[in-house]
Write a protein that binds this ligand. Structure first.
Ligand code: AMP
Ligand code: ZN
Length: 113
């Protein structure tokens, strides 16, 4: 866990552009944005991926989804937005600290679901 990039960002050991923080959640701008708004929203408590969600730690994920509409409103996404989680290799997850991409600010095409 000491090697986790996003744990280091949460701890302030690696810089980020923070847009939201509470006791359970940290959110910052993606370094390679795919839309005018591209924020990563994650629980402060480390878990690798969605595969690690349990009844014991699901409150951290609920906290993420409580934060999402607040962040979306603060970012001016009144016309909508998309929330994406990549879980595992086939989905292209590159950072093994669960995170949710909050994307918006333009028409989002190319839906896969
Ligand atoms: P995923 O591919 O779903 O694991 O998403 C990882 C995301 O983290 C990618 O969109 C990267 O652009 C982003 N990312 C990687 N390193 C940083 C960083 N230091 N600061 C902000 N975003 C980052
Ligand atoms: Zn971590």
């Amino acid at each position: 866990m000491n090697d986790c990039l996003f744990c280091k960002i949460i701890a302030g050991e690696i810089p980020s552009t923070k847009v939201y923080e509470d006791d359970k959640v940290y959110a910052f701008r993606d370094i390679n944005p795919q839309a005018p708004v591209h924020v990563l929203v994650l629980p402060k408590e480390h878990m690798d991926s969605a595969n690690a969600i349990t009844s014991e730690n699901a409150g951290n994920i609920a906290a993420v989804f409580e934060a999402v509409p607040k962040i979306a409103a603060a970012e001016g996404l009144s016309d909508g937005y998309r929330v994406i989680n990549n879980c595992g290799a086939d989905a292209g997850q590159t950072v093994m600290h669960i995170h949710f991409h909050l994307i918006g600010g333009r028409k989002l095409g190319e839906k896969i679901v």
